[in-house]
Design a protein around this ligand. Structure first.
Ligand code: UD1
Length: 424
């Protein structure tokens, strides 16, 4: 298919006002859709975000043998009567790292899997060694051949205690899928506690799994013989909500983030409160408003949930670039997640990076420029900068944005932003 390069043009200087409906969470939709491989029954999903990453995953599931039927834009049914191919080819995994999630599901269902190693990515090396080690502890024989993970467990996997030395979100989800159909009990220690992981366990339990401890650092899974079909609704995307919260704050706006749950982002909203931004849980979402010129400098460090999310670090850095003073932003999860900084410098920001810390000295204003980004969250941080910058900003390479933000221009324009997409 002919692939048209697109950019976004933003005329800075609006105040965002109105309501933004938060879509289903990308980081839950991906593992939840993969979980359909665990059963031959039909799965029904609601509130699935319409995103490039979801479409990439469907291409992979189609190749594995899943029948995919959309009921409407956000409802989809998946049936994997039989597995056609237990292989995830390089082209799929390269495009979307979360494809690695099929490893746990395929080995659980077929007792074997061949999955391409993802390789490096723009924000860091992002290994999958912990996924592999955990499967080996459960009895899988694994070798790496020609860039592929070849995993086999002819007699099935066996439950055991697994301690993760580092908290890994997709690692936790991958091993959960491996463990639900394993013999005996698996105890996962130091697991990810994200709301998406908790909701994912809820989905697996609805399918007949026996998981306890979801949302805490230790999860126990008693293996069962088979899972059955189920219906499941994807929870709202807290990272999308946090992104629009910052866009609202930086433009001195007032926006209701519909469906957003404050307690999924407590550390983030508490930080915004310290900065001087009001964020309040209402009946149908979180209301964000900022009516003063002041942006107090508040330093943050990213950390696994419930800490400050790394996926909101780039957006927060933009907010701090206009603070009244100086703040530090420390990235503890990924080693190369400051790619937005040189682009922000082109817009007038004063930020210096020292190892894993960015020192942000607030400036009076940003000015529009042509910029481009290398990953999803960096791209959206440049859009936020464009909303407040003087003059016109053009963000290039927006295919990153389409991976994780549904109807971005529409959602912003409905609140008064002057944003448009055009073909290059
Ligand atoms: C998930 C999210 C991503 C988010 C990240 C951290 C999805 C689809 N993506 O990514 O948006 O930014 O969590 O909150 O949910 N690590 C290893 N070895 C491993 C696994 C991880 O060294 O086997 C390291 C990574 O390099 C990284 C850290 O652990 O430094 C955390 O990564 P992880 O939680 O696994 O991130 P993802 O699950 O890929």
């Amino acid at each position: 298919m002919f692939w048209m390069l697109q950019s976004i043009r933003i005329a800075g200087g609006c105040r965002l006002k109105g309501e933004i409906e938060i879509s289903g969470a990308k980081n839950l939709a991906l593992p939840a859709l993969v979980a359909s491989i665990l059963t031959s029954d039909r799965m029904v999903y609601k509130n699935v975000p319409n995103l490039a990453d979801v479409r990439s995953l469907f291409d992979l599931l189609d190749c594995i043998g899943t029948e995919i039927n959309y009921e409407d834009t956000h409802s989809v049914t998946l049936s994997t009567g039989t597995i056609k191919s237990a292989t995830a080819p390089y082209d799929f995994v390269r495009k979307m790292r979360a494809s690695i999630l099929v490893l746990g599901a395929l080995i659980a269902r077929c007792k074997k899997a061949t999955v391409s190693l993802p390789g490096g990515c723009a924000i860091g090396s992002r290994g999958v060694d912990l996924h592999i080690k955990a499967l080996e502890l459960m009895g899988a024989e694994i070798s790496i051949e020609n860039g592929y993970i070849e995993a086999k467990a002819p007699k099935g996997l066996t439950g055991c205690d697994i301690t993760f030395p580092v908290v890994t979100v997709t690692g936790t989800e991958n091993i959960l899928m491996a463990a639900v159909l394993a013999h005996g009990t698996t105890r996962l220690i130091n697991v990810a506690m994200e709301p998406e992981v908790e909701a994912f366990c809820e989905l697996l339990n609805k399918m007949g799994a026996r998981i306890s401890g979801a949302g805490t650092s230790v999860i126990t899974i008693e293996g069962v013989n088979e899972l059955h079909g189920s219906e499941f609704e994807i929870i709202p995307d807290r990272i999308e909500a946090g992104t629009y919260a910052i866009a609202t704050a930086i433009t001195n706006g007032e926006v209701l983030l519909k469906n957003c749950k404050y307690d999924h982002l407590t550390s983030f909203f508490e930080t915004l409160n310290l900065v001087g931004i009001s964020c309040e849980q209402k009946e149908n979402g979180v209301f964000v408003s900022h009516n003063t010129e002041e942006i107090r400098p508040i330093s943050i460090q990213t950390a696994p949930y419930p800490g400050f999310p790394t996926d909101l670090q780039a957006q927060y850095t933009v907010l701090m670039s206009l603070c009244n003073g100086s703040a530090s932003v420390t990235e503890n999860i990924f080693e190369n997640r400051f790619m937005h900084v040189p682009e922000l410098a082109r817009m007038g920001a004063n930020i210096s990076v020292h190892g894993k810390t960015a020192v942000v000295n607030g400036v009076k204003k940003l000015t529009g420029a042509q910029v481009m980004a290398t990953d999803l969250r960096a791209s959206v941080s440049l859009v936020i900068a464009g909303l407040v910058a003087e003059g016109e900003t053009i963000v290039n390479r927006i295919y990153h944005l389409d991976r994780g933000y549904e109807n971005l221009e529409e959602k912003l324009s409905n609140c008064g932003a002057n944003v448009e997409r055009f073909n290059v």
